[in-house]
Design a protein. Structure first.
Length: 289
C-alpha cells in the first residue's frame, strides 16, 4: 500500500482529542511520523490523551510520538521543536496549529465582553493566536533549510463575522491575518501557510454537550446562536483529510496565505467522509463558507 506522506514529519498541536486527533490520525494513515502535543496525559471527563492519539497514529500506519506540552509555556514549545530537530535530523514537513482551549471557552459562549473574565483573552487569544505564532517560528526555522513545508492553522469563519463572543472572533481574525502575513514572508522560501475553516465538527466536547432531540437526532444548543443538528456535522477525520490533501498537493503554494472552508476543499480535492458524503453544517446565518 502506497502512503503519500511516507517519510514526512509532522507536528500537530492540541492532538489529545477532537479536530487535532482527527488530523493526527489521518496524517498517520498517510504514512507520516506525527508528533502529537497536548496537555492531557490522563483521561478525564472527556476521552482522549496524547498517548492514545499517538498509538492510533501508529496503528494506522504512521509513527505516532506523544509529547505532553502546554502551549502557553514557551519553554515547553521550544523543547518540543528541539526534540523534533534532534530525532528527525532537522526535518519538519508539516505543522498543524490546532491547540485551543475549547473546554474553557465553552463556559463563556454567548457572553458579552464586559462580563467575561480577563482570563478569557489570555486563554482564547493567547493559546489560539500567540501560541500558534510561537510554534510557527520554530517550525519555519526547521523548514527554511529544506525550502519547503506547510504550516496549517485551524481557524474559523468567526474571523470575519461575529461568533460566540468577542475574544473568539479577535483570536480567529488575528490567526487568519497571521496566516496571510507569514505566507507573504515565507513565499520566497517555498513554505506555504494556510488557514482552515472547519464547519460544525463532532468532537468529543460537542458530543458531550449534545442532547437527544427525541426523534433520533442529536442537537447542540449554542447560547445566542441557536440549536444545530449534528446529522450533517463533520468528523474530525474529515478535517484531517483536508490537511492530507493540502500536504500532498504539489501546487499548495498557490493557496498560501488564504483561508479555506473544509467543505470547499473536499469538493476541490475529492475527499469524503467514510460514507462518501461531504458534510457542511454551518453554525451561523450567511456563513462565508
Amino acid at each position: 500500500m502506497t502512503r503519500p506522506l511516507e517519510g514526512a514529519v509532522a507536528v500537530v498541536t492540541g492532538g489529545s482529542r477532537g479536530i487535532g486527533k482527527g488530523i493526527a490520525t489521518e496524517l498517520g494513515a498517510a504514512g507520516a511520523t506525527v508528533y502529537v502535543t497536548g496537555r492531557t496525559v490522563t483521561a478525564g471527563p472527556l476521552p482522549g490523551t496524547v498517548a492514545e492519539t499517538a498509538e492510533q497514529v501508529t496503528a494506522l500506519g504512521g509513527h505516532g510520538i506523544a509529547v505532553p506540552c502546554d502551549h502557553e509555556d514557551d519553554a515547553q514549545v521550544a523543547s518540543l521543536f528541539e526534540r523534533v530537530a534532534s530525532e528527525q535530523g532537522g526535518r519538519l514537513d508539516v505543522l498543524v496549529n490546532n491547540a485551543f482551549p475549547a473546554a474553557e471557552l465553552a463556559q463563556w459562549l454567548g457572553q458579552p465582553f464586559w462580563e467575561l473574565p480577563i482570563r478569557s483573552w489570555d486563554a482564547v487569544v493567547g493559546i489560539g493566536a500567540r501560541a500558534h505564532y510561537v510554534a510557527s517560528i520554530h517550525a519555519a526555522r526547521l523548514m527554511l533549510p529544506a525550502g519547503r513545508g506547510l504550516i496549517a492553522n485551524v481557524s474559523s469563519s468567526g474571523s470575519v463575522q461575529y461568533a460566540h463572543n468577542v475574544v473568539y472572533g479577535v483570536g480567529k481574525a488575528a490567526l487568519d491575518k497571521m496566516t496571510s502575513d507569514c505566507a507573504h514572508e515565507l513565499a520566497p522560501h517555498g513554505i506555504s501557510v494556510v488557514s482552515l475553516w472547519p464547519a460544525l465538527v463532532r468532537t468529543e466536547l460537542v458530543l458531550f454537550g449534545a442532547e437527544d432531540a427525541g426523534d433520533g437526532r442529536r442537537t447542540l444548543a449554542l447560547p445566542g446562536e441557536g440549536v444545530f443538528d449534528l446529522a450533517n456535522a463533520q468528523s474530525p477525520e474529515f478535517v484531517g483529510r483536508a490537511i492530507v490533501a493540502l500536504a500532498t498537493d504539489p501546487n499548495v503554494q498557490a493557496r498560501s496565505g488564504g483561508a479555506y472552508p473544509v467543505a470547499e476543499l473536499a469538493k476541490e480535492y475529492g475527499f469524503t467522509e467514510d460514507d462518501g458524503s461531504q458534510p457542511e453544517a454551518l453554525l451561523r446565518p450567511n456563513d462565508p463558507h
